[in-house]
Every structure is written in structure tokens, then in C-alpha cells.
Design a protein around this ligand. Sequence first.
Ligand code: AMP
Length: 223
Amino acid sequence: MNSVFLGPPGAGKGTQASALSAEFKIPHISTGDILREEIKAGTELGKLARSYIDDGNLVPDRVAVDIIKNRLEKDDAKNGYILDGFPRTVPQAEMFQKILEDMGSRLDLVIYLEASEEVLVERLGGRRVCRDCGKIFHLVNMPPKTEGVCDLCGGELERRPDDQPEAIRHRFRVYQDKTSDLINWYERRGLLKRVPGDIPWEETYEMLRETFAGDDGSRTGRD
Ligand code: AMP
């Protein structure tokens, strides 16, 4: 199943997508993770992306689209994938559609993780991410076994620069301005499924699991 996860910052796209990816053995492709890797590696792309990301702004559409195009050409994306954080704007969705057509492929499902801003601000403030493997924790909802240390790889946990309060507020404004239009865009195409993202994450996961396990295409309005 080729799927996209939409939702405001902090709705749980990364956490849910990474658990589904492990269970259903399809890649979890996050443009944010790819960009953070590029920043860490000090590449030209990383240098370009850093100024946008740290302030909570979007990188140019063309940059995000090129990243996805290259990534979808890899073999592991042939049997389905979960896109997390892409597309972020209607122009990106339009370019993505064209890429899929050129590849003779299509999108099967768009999950919209819905959540109130109040819950999300609280969540993002407590989010900690492993600087080595990217695993996501939360100080209250999903704490690591040892404070400040990743359960999986022992790496140091850190707060993302764009999870600072001012950047969080800015990311919400960017989401409202640029990304929320995608909800109608995909709804009109019969691809959107709304899933609550402000309940305990295990409950959201169970709903998503059923959707992914019962994939017969009927729910998405396909023939
Ligand atoms: P995320 O990890 O999805 O919250 O993304 C972190 C940051 O990476 C965003 O605030 C943007 O600066 C950048 N980014 C990630 N995906 C995209 C995208 N599809 N288009 C533009 N910028 C993006």
C-alpha cells in the first residue's frame, strides 16, 4: 500500500509510521528525517535546508519533491511505503501525482491524523529524539528507561531545535497556511481517511493497524 500521513506537527505521524513500517515491512519515508541526516552529514543539501528547518519554515517545494523522487526509485519502495511529512503543500502534491503517473504507480491512501493544537503543543514540548537512530520518545507519554538515553541504541536524547516554543508556534502557522489545504485536496480525490491523533497512541495505532491489515482498496474509493 502506498500511503501518505498528513497532520499537524506533533500529531504522531513519525511515531505511528515507524511502528507500522516495522510491522508491515514497508519503508517509512520521512522528508524531515532525510533532511536532518543531510544536515548531520554536512552536505550541500543539508546546508541549504538548515536555515529553513531551524526556523520552522518549509524547504522549497522542488527540494522536497526531488528527495521523494530519488527515494521512491529505490527497490525497497516497490511494495508500498509510508510517506511522513510529504507532501506539505498543494504544489508538492501536484508534482507528486505527476511522478507517480510517470512511474505507472498511484497513491492508495492518505491518513489524516487529527488533533487539537492544545494537545500538540504539550506533546512537542516533551518530545525527545535520539541523535543517533532517530527513535522518538516523550518525557511523559513514552519516557525512555533511562533519562536522556535511547532504549534502542544508547544514543543521547535531544530536543529538536524546531521543537523550541517559538519554532513550534511558527510551525503551526505554516501548517495552517500551507499544509491544511491538502486535506480537502485529497478528500476530493476520495483518498482521505481521518484518524484521531489526540488519544493514547496505542489506540490510534490499533485503528491504523486494522486499516493497513485490511487493505483491499475498497475504502479508498478505488475501483
Ligand atoms: P518534520 O520532521 O516532518 O516535522 O519536518 C521538519 C522540517 O523539515 C519541516 O519543518 C520543514 O522545514 C522540513 N520539511 C520536511 N518535509 C518537508 C516538505 N515536504 N516540504 C518542505 N519542507 C519540509
